[in-house]
Design a protein around this ligand. Structure first.
Ligand code: F3S
Length: 106
């Protein structure tokens, strides 16, 4: 499956959601995840993300490997999102910031 990684935290642009043919995105307070049981690896979401937060599992950067399990875990807890929504008011503050895992809200 594909994996939403650190760059999404706080930015949550949701452009990815509109192009997903199988509605596999799940929404938390300030982060989205992909349900690995639903994703068909079509990859259309990758170029849609302005934060470049989405990777094929085999391409997840070495320092973000924990996001593979985190997507699976949170996909079981969070509701489906199938339509994009406006960017969060403070999204730009999180753009390009490193070490955002500490800002993840559950
Ligand atoms: Fe997140 Fe990028 Fe989607 S910031 S919500 S993975 S478009």
């Amino acid at each position: 499956p594909h994996v939403v990684c650190e760059a999404c935290i706080g930015c949550k642009r949701t452009d990815c959601v509109d192009v997903c043919p199988v509605d596999c995105f799940r929404e938390g307070p300030n982060f989205l995840v992909i349900d690995p049981d639903e994703c068909i690896d079509c990859a259309v979401c990758i170029p849609e993300c302005p934060e470049a937060a989405i990777f094929a599992e085999e391409d997840v950067p070495e320092d973000q490997q924990e996001f593979i399990a985190l997507n699976a875990e949170l996909a079981r807890e969070w509701p489906s999102i199938t339509r994009r929504k406006p960017y969060p008011d403070d999204a730009d503050q999180y753009h390009g910031v490193k070490g955002k895992l500490k800002f993840l809200k559950r």
